[in-house]
Design a binder for this molecule. Sequence first.
Ligand SMILES: [Zn+2]
Length: 425
Amino acid sequence: MWRIIVLCTIINLTVAARSTYENYKVFKIIPLRLNQFNLLRNMKGHGYLFWEEPTTIRRPVKLMVAPHQLPEFYRLLYKEEYLSYELLIDNVQELIDRTTQSIDSGNATYNLNIFPFTKYPTLKDIYNYLYYISLNYIDNVKIIVIGNTYEGNKILGVEISFNNKRKNPGIFLEGGIHGNEWISPATVIYILHQLLTSTDPNVRAMAESHDWYIVPLVNPDGYKYSHTTDRLWRKSRGQYDKFCLGADLNRNWDYMWGLDSDRSDMCSNKYAGLTPFSELETRVLKKYIDRVSNKFDTYISFHGSSQLLLFPYGYTTAHINNYNEMYTIGQIAIAALKRRYGTEYLIGNTAERTHIASGSTTDYIRGTYRKPYVYSYGLRGKDNYDFLLPPDQIIPTGQETLDSIMSMLREIKRRKYLKQQATKW
Ligand SMILES: [Zn+2]
């Protein structure tokens, strides 16, 4: 009897603990004057949640408003500032419900063809898949335990090579650093799956002429929490503060750390951590990257939902020395991406195209290892979905991103060849 009561209590607590966003709305607001900008900034910390924070005048802000705050929100905007706004998402929970249909992996046999690309995988699905391929592609796939997270979950990576005799150019793929951006690990695993199973000669040529270092889920704690408790959870789960947990793992890297505005606010979704590499996740991943850093020259990170292809730096608007080359390769990559379904991307360096953001993996890889080709995809899902992209978009996102990467790597290869020829003469 006691057992039943305890069990029921636990179930009730679990159900009660899951955050709900019924009738929460997301607005896009563009502050055109300083007082409008200040009004938005002052709303921070008063129960409003910014999906895109106010950083400069004229840059769009995305703000989530709870139903009980709507009257105040309308009053503030209309009466005091005459600030125009656009409703992007009418009911956040409705979109969440569409994304949270995860399959129960249970004891399912992990056949490569049944990996749930039509549903977002759980943490367990991802682990199962990685172990499955490491056992079934024993000659080509090596599983790497990169380290443990704050909550004791494993960060796993895979190294893929189809040619152990020759040293191929290395590509590093990084996904899932933000818990709520589910399309990121799903896309990385889609690409990984294609590298192993595609019969398309172009994919095979790309797969087999490179060595791959792939970490699909850098933030398992955040990802898991976003599945079990709060779909909007972005950060890690380390505890510093009674109320605000975790750090933004993509602000915690030790290269020009803490130059943006999120260094002091522990409750910010983009909190950079106490110090550079204060987070277990970034420390263990850094160690692994150190170990393989002489094996790759191209690093690609995947994020949710902006349809942007970005490159360093984020901490400064100053251009890197191969800015023009990066821009041109990026243009080729987004043109290839558009060809399949017409999905439009924009390109640029992070600081100019979005805003100043320091301590990211891509800044670190470029700044510390001086890697020539470092890109970051903000995948599908602009205003109407943002990171709550429905699962029926996983496969098209994977397909177009794979097209894009194939073009990118072909162009990089062509340029490397031309540079080699030029040095010969
Ligand atoms: Zn992200």
